[in-house]
Design a protein around this ligand. Structure first.
Ligand code: NAI
Length: 252
């Protein structure tokens, strides 16, 4: 992929302080974008900003809770104020949530996952799209999962939210296709990030490795490569799509 393909572009990555989001921030910055790292985690976010600056690119951290519409509105305003507009958004912030069968899933656990993983993506696009229209277009990538294609026992809220993200992506893509905003979703399988390490013991992680025909979990950079491609001009005819990066998981 050509270097510096994002020169002059302003990008925003939610959940940019960790894992897949941090890899997206660094990949976009290496391509020349000015990047807003939007996250709840101030300390980690500042680390990612410092890493971008070490690369010689520009970044700022904006404390953001994607489940809170006024916070999301401030996030987009912060990008516009700092860098003059918004061209690229990666709506990636998400949590794993409670692990329980539907008949035992807590109501508050359900609401929490839906609030961040589904409502959060809507709130982000709600405020990003008007800012992109001001620039005459843009590219949005929403972070779904393989669990937007298949179910996964004991993770109903997560699976429902990710299926919702794909429907939301397709609909928004239809609405803005003629106005120059391309909107796609990506579906990673299990990726070695703090989300996996913090929530799953070693035995569960080994079980998960076995679900991938390729024989391992993915790396955050392998997702960021796809995200960057979808954000780039090389993907100029791609909108309303949902693209897997899954080591063969869903081919079985
Ligand atoms: P992670 O836990 O490493 O990073 C998630 C980031 O989102 C953290 O920095 C966290 O502070 C932030 N965040 C959480 N709630 C937030 C909120 N309300 N507002 C703003 N920021 C918030 O997770 P990872 O693995 O990098 O996941 C990123 C995305 O990728 C999530 O949407 C996840 O569902 C998705 N995904 C992850 C997979 C995996 O196996 N790691 C597989 C498929 C999808």
């Amino acid at each position: 992929m050509a270097e510096q393909q994002f020169t002059g572009k302003v990008a925003l990555v939610t959940g940019g302080a960790s894992g897949i989001g941090a890899a997206c921030v660094l990949t976009l910055a290496r391509g020349g974008a000015k990047v807003v790292v939007a996250d709840l985690n101030h300390e980690q976010g500042q680390h990612v900003v410092a890493e971008v600056r070490r690369l010689g690119s520009e970044a700022i951290f904006v404390a953001t809770d994607v489940a809170d519409p006024p916070s999301v509105e401030r996030m987009v305003a912060g990008a516009v104020e700092a860098f003059g507009g918004l061209d690229i958004a990666v709506n990636n912030a998400g949590i794993g949530g409670e692990i329980n069968p539907v008949g035992e899933y807590s109501i508050e656990g359900w609401h929490r996952v839906i609030a961040i993983n589904l409502n959060g993506v809507f709130f982000c696009m709600r405020y990003e799209i008007p800012a992109m229209l001001q620039r005459g277009g843009g590219a949005i990538v929403n972070m779904a999962s393989i669990l937007a294609t298949v179910g996964f026992a004991n993770s109903a809220a997560y699976v429902a939210a990710k299926h919702g993200v794909v429907g939301l992506t397709k609909t928004a893509a239809l609405e803005y296709a003629k106005q120059g905003i391309r909107i796609n979703a990506v579906g990673p399988a299990f990726i070695k990030t703090p989300l996996i390490d913090a929530n799953l013991d070693q035995a569960t992680q080994e079980f998960l490795v076995g679900l991938h025909p390729i024989g391992r979990m993915g790396e955050a950079q392998e997702v960021a490569n796809l995200v960057a491609f979808l954000c780039s001009e090389q993907a100029s005819f791609m909108t309303g799509g949902y693209y897997l990066v899954d080591g063969g998981y869903t081919a079985q």
